[in-house]
Design a protein around this ligand. Structure first.
Ligand SMILES: C[S@@+](CC[C@H](N)C(=O)[O-])C[C@H]1O[C@@H](n2cnc3c(N)ncnc32)[C@H](O)[C@@H]1O
Length: 203
């Protein structure tokens, strides 16, 4: 089945650019060096390639085969290797105590799936492993910036409060709802309302 994401990723260039997400770039070094990292809903691979260039062993999962094919090409052109798995997050087994880092950038899935996914993230991190997450908050609908769920799907936005509940079992090193200028390719541009989290599974 061709999804809206496959269509977007079939366009010329990179929908969210080739540079990593700004929050990930600022925080990635908290992930244990040379560790195993899982990038959730990773699309065209900009975050995965960045992390692989910094010595991590990266697995990128996304439902879009088109996106992950582009991610593989981008990785080889960048001189790094990444693992890619085409899967719906509803079916993907994150494992238990396996990841030094999990990266979740703009992963706006239905609420029941998100809650299950976040419970599985807590289990899947190794003790001492780090989650780095950035998502849009509902206030983004009042901002000039593009991106994020449409007004008809407000429930897909996230809040710090919800994330604290859903990620029970992790220690929050940093958690904030904030406004920032996002500039990521063609589809994420402008002043945006986001929630950012860095959290660690207790050792
Ligand atoms: C806004 S894009 C973000 C891509 C990437 N995280 C980034 O920062 O460049 C959202 C991604 O979520 C993926 N996605 C949405 N629902 C999904 C699901 N149920 N399972 C797997 N991937 C999903 C889409 O295919 C898309 O690549």
């Amino acid at each position: 089945m061709i999804t809206m994401w496959d269509e977007r990723y079939s366009e010329e260039g990179f929908a969210y650019g080739k540079e990593p997400n700004d929050f990930l770039r600022a925080e990635y070094s908290r992930i244990p060096e040379n560790g195993q990292v899982l990038c959730l809903a990773e699309g065209e691979g900009r975050n995965a390639v960045f992390l692989a260039k910094h010595g991590y062993s990266v697995t990128a999962v996304d439902q879009s085969e088109v996106g992950l094919q582009k991610a593989q090409k981008f990785a080889s052109e960048s001189g790094v290797a990444i693992q890619t798995t085409v899967a719906d997050l509803a079916d993907y087994d994150l494992g238990v105590d396996v990841w030094d880092g999990i990266v979740s950038i703009w992963v706006h899935v239905p609420v029941a799936l998100r809650k299950r996914l976040h419970r599985n993230v807590v289990s899947a991190l190794k003790p001492g492993g780090i989650l780095i997450l950035e998502s849009y908050t509902e206030r983004h609908l009042e901002m000039d910036g593009t991106g994020g769920p449409p007004p008809s799907q407000r429930e897909l936005f996230m809040s710090l409060y919800e994330l604290q509940e859903e990620l029970d079992g992790l220690e929050f090193i940093f958690g904030a709802e904030t406004d920032r200028l996002v500039s990521e390719g063609r589809y994420h541009v402008g002043e945006s309302a986001v929630v950012q989290v860095v959290a660690r599974k207790p050792a």
